[in-house]
Unconditional design. Structure first.
Ligand SMILES: C[S@@+](CC[C@H](N)C(=O)[O-])C[C@H]1O[C@@H](n2cnc3c(N)ncnc32)[C@H](O)[C@@H]1O
Length: 211
């Protein structure tokens, strides 16, 4: 069995994530510290995997993913509700959620599917809602371990920061943070589409593209 096949198992995926992050919970901690979501907001995570980010923002959490294995694990071990859906064709009515986010989804999708997924994420937020996208990008040189991990990643569409930023800018999202502190060896960028309440607790450490 190859490494990418092993990652299809939620327990192995969780183990890999914990080992690579050396036990740090950088994404979750960063989102909690910097993104303001009302505690009673209806929250959707698209591409939720095994549900690691369930409960990060609100108890009213719904996670959707394509993988039955991840969804079964999440339903048994994480708070919230889970359903199988394709990010590019969400089975929710318009305006169902106050906040929609995804972590690590875009690098699994080709450009057209990223655009379709973003259109769907915007469709299901109510007027005045917000969207947040967190994704790995090809790390800036000379991060050799990060580049090796990118080469081994199951996602076939890892992009440089500027490329992902351009794709998401076309959907109305802007760069909030170019690299979540503590993500090494990954480089993880955060983008916001903020049409409602003030979603940043404070401005991101690098709110503009510098490269
Ligand atoms: C890198 S994992 C991230 C999982 C989770 N967000 C996390 O941070 O642990 C990417 C997830 O996106 C899901 N995915 C890929 N393409 C998808 C699609 N078209 N619709 C929904 N989910 C998708 C995969 O099944 C996988 O669970």
């Amino acid at each position: 069995m190859y490494f990418p096949d092993l990652l299809k198992h939620p327990q192995f995926y969780n183990l890999k994530s914990t080992l690579l992050s050396c036990g740090r919970r950088s994404v979750r901690a960063y989102l909690r510290q910097t993104i303001a979501v009302p505690p009673d907001a209806r929250v959707l995570e698209v591409g939720c995997g095994a549900g690691r980010h369930a409960g990060t923002f609100s108890a009213r959490y719904v996670g959707v993913d394509l993988s039955w294995a991840y969804l079964s694990y999440a339903a048994a071990h994480r708070p919230g509700r889970f359903a199988r859906m394709d990010a590019t064709c969400l089975g929710f009515p318009d305006g169902k959620f106050e906040f929609v986010f995804c972590v690590g989804l875009c690098h699994h999708l080709p450009d057209a599917a990223v655009a379709a997924a973003m259109a769907e994420m915007k469709r299901v937020i109510r007027p005045g809602g917000n969207v947040c996208v967190v994704d790995a990008v090809v790390p800036a040189s000379p991060n050799v371990p990060g580049r090796v991990l990118c080469a081994l990643d199951r996602g076939e569409h890892l992009r440089p920061l500027e490329r992902l930023a351009a794709l998401l800018r076309a959907q109305g999202l802007r760069l909030h943070c170019a690299n979540i502190p503590g993500s090494f060896p990954y480089q993880r960028a955060v983008f916001l589409g903020a049409w409602g309440w003030r979603v940043e607790k404070h401005p991101g450490p690098r709110a503009a593209l510098t490269a």
